[in-house]
Structures are given as C-alpha cells and as structure tokens.
Design a protein around this ligand. Structure first.
Ligand code: XMP
Ligand code: MG
Length: 184
C-alpha cells in the first residue's frame, strides 16, 4: 500500500484508535465533569489531537476545549537542532485552567520541557502532557509524559501527523521510514 520509502508499518491506525479510547477514559477518570483545555502542538500532533479530543467528548464527561501552538525544534533532518522556537502562541489565557499539552512524540524531551516551563509560568490550575509516542531511549531532558499511547524503538517514524521534511504526515499508520531516504 505504501511506497518503497516506508520500511514497515509499526503501529496501525486501528491500534492507535483502540489506545486513544483507553487514554481518553484515563483522562475522563482524572478530570471527571471538569473543563480541560487541550493544546495541540502543531504540526505533528494534529491527527492524534483531532482523534483524542473527539474520543474524550464521546467517552467521558470532560468538557474538552481546544487551542493550538506551533513550535519547531527540527530543521529538515531527522535529529533535533536542540533549539526550540515558539512560532505560534495560544489564543486563550491558561491561568487557573486544567491544561493538557498534546504532542506527537517525546524524543529527547527538550521541546516539552521548554513548553512546560513557559506554560507553568502562566499558572494553570493543572498541567499535564499527553503524547502519542515515546522514544525513551533518546531522552536527555528530565521529562515524563503523564499520558502516552506507545513506546517506539530508536528509529525514525512518520505518519499519523509525523513528517520527514513535511512528507508523510497524512499516512494513517505510524511507519518506520527507510533510512536511505534521509541518508542520501
Ligand atoms: P524532542 O527531542 O524535543 O523532539 O523531544 C520532539 C519533536 O521531535 C520530532 N521527532 C520526530 N519526528 N519522527 C518524526 O517525524 C521521529 O521519529 C521523531 N522523533 C522526534 C517531533 O516533531 C517531536 O515533536
Ligand atoms: Mg512535533
């Protein structure tokens, strides 16, 4: 189904959908009947985010609201520059609100530690992190996602929002990119 640049499918859309329901219910138990502002970290989290907030609304009593930020920590390559740039800020104030930052993947953890610092300074009632994927083997920052769907090995993955040089974001499954694509 996919081209030769895709080495293999790592996690199917069906597996992701199932896990999203589990995580939505977990969030529902923690924020029963409350308002929660879900913050989508663009662009990588967009697909997971849309599925997650709809599952939360369907499966729980949480009143889910949404806002969007954009950061960049990668150039066109497959390793982080280590420098995070804030490209688009929230449109809503978060003081005294329950906030969950939604990310595609925690890799070194640098991006989310940076965001957590900025958000915490704005004094939310509560701040948590929900990530679709986690690459624990690559962590350099002291950061743990409060909610996560899957651990992935130290391979470059694309699909379900994740890109290589802006390609592959729209693939429904999480896939391993063939190394020759970024080694050439
Ligand atoms: P850090 O290292 O700050 O990075 O935790 C988080 C961001 O890095 C990107 N990232 C990836 N993107 N495939 C991708 O398409 C990967 O395997 C991968 N690992 C990290 C991603 O944008 C994430 O938000
Ligand atoms: Mg990202």
């Amino acid at each position: 189904m996919y081209g030769k640049e895709i080495a293999k499918v790592l996690i199917t859309k069906e597996e992701i959908d199932k896990k999203i329901v589990d995580v939505a219910k977990e969030i529902g138990r923690d924020y029963n009947g409350k308002d929660v502002l879900f913050v989508c970290v663009l662009r990588g989290a967009f697909a997971f985010f849309a599925d997650l907030v709809r599952a939360v609304s369907k499966e729980t009593t949480v009143n889910a609201r949404v806002d969007f930020i954009a950061v960049s920590s990668y150039g066109a390559g497959t390793s982080s520059s280590g420098e995070v740039k804030f490209i688009k800020d929230l449109t809503t104030p978060i003081a005294d609100k329950n906030v969950i930052i939604v990310e595609d993947i925690v890799d070194t953890g640098v991006t989310l530690s940076y965001l957590k610092g900025i958000f915490q300074a704005r004094k939310p009632a509560d701040l948590k992190i929900c990530s679709m994927l986690d690459k624990p083997s690559r962590r350099t920052a002291d950061l743990k996602a409060d909610y996560k769907l899957f651990d992935v090995p130290n391979e470059f993955v694309v699909g379900c929002g994740l890109d290589y040089d802006e390609d592959y974001r729209a693939l429904p499954d999480v896939c391993v990119l063939a190394p020759w694509v970024y080694e050439k």
